[in-house]
Structure formats: C-alpha cells, structure tokens
Design a protein around this ligand. Structure first.
Ligand code: PLP
Length: 509
C-alpha cells in the first residue's frame, strides 16, 4: 500500500553518486535496473491501493508549484531524493484516472499490460516515422491496426494509422475532406475559391471545430445541423443545409457523424448520413472516439450501422480500451487521399538502399516524429485477446444498464437520455417536484440541487462525476469504463449520490 516514508527509504539504495554519473553521462546499467525495479514497485503499489485515494486530490491551484518550484536545479540530485518527491508530492496529487471510483468525462485508464508495453516502448525510445528507423514498431502498427479493424467488424478496404488523440485523427480526416473537395489544397492552399463547409450536429466534439480552425475552413465553415429528440443529427436537415449552402455559394466538403457523443452518447444515423455523403460526394468521417471499442461486440454493431461506408473513422483505444494514453486509431478506406493530404518527404528522409519497401507512417500523419504505439497495442491485444476485451466492455455496458435501472426505480431520480453504451445521464429530482419541471423556479432548484450534489461528492473524493448541460438542464453523467471498476463501486457511487442529495434537499427525499 501507499507509504511514502517507506518508499523513500527503499529508494535510498538507488542513489547515484556523482562519480558514476560523470563517467557514464547517464545511469549505469546496474543503477538503471534498480531504479526500474523501484519504479515498478511504485506503480504496482499505486495500482494496488488506488481505490483508497480521493479521486480528486485535495490540492489548490498553485499549491504544488509553490512547494516544488523555485530555481532550476543547477547541480545533480540523488535519485532517492527525486523518488521521495515523486512518492510524496506527485503520486498523491494527480487526479486518479486509474481509480475505480472515477466516473467523470470518459474514464480513460490504463491496463497493467498496457503500462508494461509503454515501458518497453520508452526503453526502446521507439520513434516510428519511417520504416527504417523503427522496423518492428512500424510492422506491429500495421498488424495491430488490422487486428483492430477485423475485431471491429470493418471490411478489409480499411487501413489506418495510430495518432496521439482523436483531435489529430479528426484533423487528418478533415484534411482529406479538404483535399478531396479542392483537388489539392495541400499544394495550393485554399485560394480565392468558394469557402468550404463541413457539417456536424450541435452535439459533435469541439475537436471538429478546432480542426476546421487549423485547416483554414474556419469555425464559420462548420455548420451545425439540427438534431432530433434523442440529440441525433437529422438527415433531412442535413440535406436541406447542404442544398441551401450550395445555392449560397459555399463548397460543401465533408460531414462528421458521431457514434457516442461526448455529452450524452447520442448516435447519429450513420447509414442515412452515408447516403447523403454519397449523393453529394462529400467525405464522411465518423467520430466513434468513445463508443468505437464496443463494436468489438457483435451485438453492439447495430449502433454503428453504416460506418463501413465512411471514408474515415476514429476510435480511441486510450478512452475505453484500457490502452495507456495516448493511442487513437484512424481508419480510412482512402489511404492514398490521406497521404496526398499530409505527406511531404524531404530528401533527408528518403532511403535508397532498398530497405525502404516498408511503410513510412509519417506520410499519413500531420507530424514527423511519432511514438511506436503498435508495440503496446500488440502486447495488449495478445494479453487480453479480443474475447477478453469484449468481456470487459460488456461488463461495463451491463453495469451502466443496472445503474440506469436503479435510477429508474427511484422515485426521486430520473434517467434523462438512452444508455446505449456505458454512460448514464440522469438527475436527481425529489418526488415533490415531479411533473413541475417546466416551472422556471423548479427548473432552477433542480439544477442547483444536482450541481451542489455533484460538487459535494467530488469534494469528498469518494467518487468523481462530471456533468453536461442539455436542453437547458444540468445533467449528471456517470461513465463506467475503468478496467478496475466493479459492481460494488457503481453501487457505492449511486448510494453516495442519493445520500448527498438527501442531505442537500433537507432530508425530504
Ligand atoms: N470525440 C469524442 C466523441 C470525444 O468524446 C472526445 C473526447 O472526449 C474526443 C473526440 C477528443 O478526444 P481526444 O482527447 O483523444 O482528442
């Protein structure tokens, strides 16, 4: 268990003396071995006791900087002293994403095997920009992108690449949309031609608009299409928006449909949207950053119907597939367009020795240097097998449904949106307010009650929840998705929410 004092003493033996450092310029191998063993203990101890930490650390902004800041270290410090600060100051003062009590946002978390894979990659310092600089990293990326593609049930026309984040995968998808719409904007820029337009629902993630900002499409070039009652994009409204824009001199370029929106995990009707994209010859990018991993489960594929017709798709293993941050999968049926949109090969990256028959992934991403994420992914996929991943995801979906059932059965609470995946959107609504939610004073009281309950719980450290505001309501979100979360954690969270609301509402519920 977590014991900074004890960890500090065990690490003392790993201190470097200055003479050793001067000779090697770095840790000598024996010291490195000992330091890695100590770090492994720190991580394993941490994970063993992670559920005992308050999910949000009791730290005020600037507090840690005041304790650890000051002038830069001019002289080398002993490793033991650095590790003591890691244990005493860093570990307890992170937000514990690895905690099974963390239900906020989408609960990005890392499996043990993923952590081991990340360590191996760091040890190799694998940078997979061209095949020659990382043959194994490159080939494992090819293998695992394809394993994931098959696991997700997508046709072999899809190929792809790992990026750091969905933001960069979506940027790349929209760079393709821009390339297709303009002929060759990568070469010519946008020039004086008609401005480009991209279509999303108002529920799409902000990364789409940011991509438009970066690509010269601009936020004005992003049109938010109306949604239905379930917050899904309306294809009829999409069609009408495109027609209206064409008449007004815009150049429609692409559509981004979301399966599993950030706020409420709403699902745009991808199949019908794909009809529109085909008729209008627009690039269709599907953002399944959060929900995508559930397509590993054949019964869940009904929510993804039509995504096989997309031009590009993003799925984030670092969000809900237990892969340590970072890892985002971009799949596309049009690798050549991705390359046209992003590739630039200077002379110094060309190889003429016949060893460049492999793929150079940097031609398919916005940057040059890139982590070899295939290594950890290959280790993780082998360790769990697709069946292991399916089982864990299914467990999360089942737990979320069970929670939704408890909420529905409680006369003082209500589930507000469907729960296709493992995120439950709900609010506490003491029964004396039932049927009066439309009254402004009641709406305000409910918002205030739910916000106060969330803050109280988050301050307590027993659970971490986040919220959204939809249809002018303050909505609580509880996302199950941590590999360490069990039924008891969800049950504790629900009881804590009920208790907090009861206390705040004067014990009347
Ligand atoms: N798309 C969706 C649906 C998301 O929920 C998020 C983040 O939560 C993103 C994209 C952005 O992900 P990233 O942080 O990997 O850029």
């Amino acid at each position: 268990m977590h014991d900074p004092e004890n960890e500090a003493t065990t690490n003392t033996s790993h201190a470097l003396d200055d003479a050793q450092r001067t000779a090697s310029g770095d840790m000598p191998p024996t010291e490195l071995r000992a330091a890695l063993h100590a770090a492994a203990d720190t991580v394993a101890d941490y994970l063993e006791g992670v559920e005992d930490y308050a999910v949000l650390p009791p730290l005020k902004p600037g507090e840690l900087a005041a304790r650890l800041g000051g002038p830069p270290p001019e002289e080398p410090e002993p490793l033991a002293r650095i590790m003591r600060d890691v244990s005493a100051e860093v570990v307890p003062n992170v937000t514990h994403w690895q905690s099974p009590h963390n239900f906020a946002y989408f609960t990005s978390n890392a499996s043990g095997i993923g952590i081991v894979g990340e360590l191996i990659s760091s040890g190799l310092n694998a940078n997979a920009f061209i095949w020659r600089v990382s043959p194994a990293g490159t080939e494992l990326e090819g293998i695992t992108v394809d394993w994931l593609r098959q696991g997700l049930g997508l046709p072999d026309a899809f190929d792809g690449v790992f990026n750091d984040t969905a933001s960069i995968s979506t940027l790349s998808g929209l760079a393709c949309a821009r390339q297709q719409a303009t002929g060759d904007a990568a070469q010519t820029g946008l020039g004086e031609a008609a401005p480009l337009r991209v279509y999303i629902s108002g529920q799409a993630h902000s990364s789409v608009e940011r991509a438009a900002m970066i690509l010269g499409i601009g936020r004005d070039g992003v049109r938010k299409v109306d949604v239905d009652d379930q917050l899904a994009m309306r294809p009829d409204a999409l069609r009408a928006a495109i027609a209206e824009d064409r008449a007004a001199g815009w150049r429609p370029a692409g559509i981004v449909a979301t399966v599993g929106t950030t706020s409420t995990t709403a699902i745009d009707p991808v199949d019908t949207i794909a009809d529109v994209a085909e008729e209008e010859r627009l690039w269709l990018h599907v953002d399944a950053a959060y929900a995508g991993p559930t397509a590993l489960i054949p019964q869940m594929r009904r929510y993804f119907r039509g995504w096989e017709r997309a031009d590009s798709i993003v799925v984030n293993p670092h969000k809900w597939m237990f892969t340590p941050f970072d890892c985002s999968l971009l799949l596309t049926r049009r690798m050549e367009t991705l390359r046209d949109a992003l590739s630039l090969v200077p002379e110094y990256l060309r190889t003429y020795d016949g060893k460049n028959a492999g793929r150079d992934y940097s031609e398919y991403v916005p940057q040059l240097g890139r982590k070899a994420r295939g290594i950890k992914m290959w280790m993780q996929l082998r360790y769990f097998g697709l069946s292991g991943l399916r089982a864990r995801l299914q467990q999360h979906v089942d737990l979320a449904h069970e929670l939704a059932g408890w909420i529905e059965a409680d006369p003082d609470a209500e589930v507000l949106f469907p729960v296709p995946f493992a995120t439950v959107c709900f609010r506490m609504r003491p029964r004396r307010y039932a049927g009066r939610e439309g009254e402004p004073v009641v709406a305000e009281a409910l918002d205030a009650l739910n916000e106060a309950a969330m803050n109280r719980l988050n301050d307590s450290g027993r659970v971490f929840l986040s919220h959204t505001r939809v249809k002018d309501m303050f909505v609580l979100r509880l996302a199950v998705g941590n590999i360490r979360t069990e039924r008891r954690h969800v049950e504790q969270a629900w009881q804590a929410i009920r208790a907090a609301t009861r206390e705040l509402d004067g014990g009347t519920t």
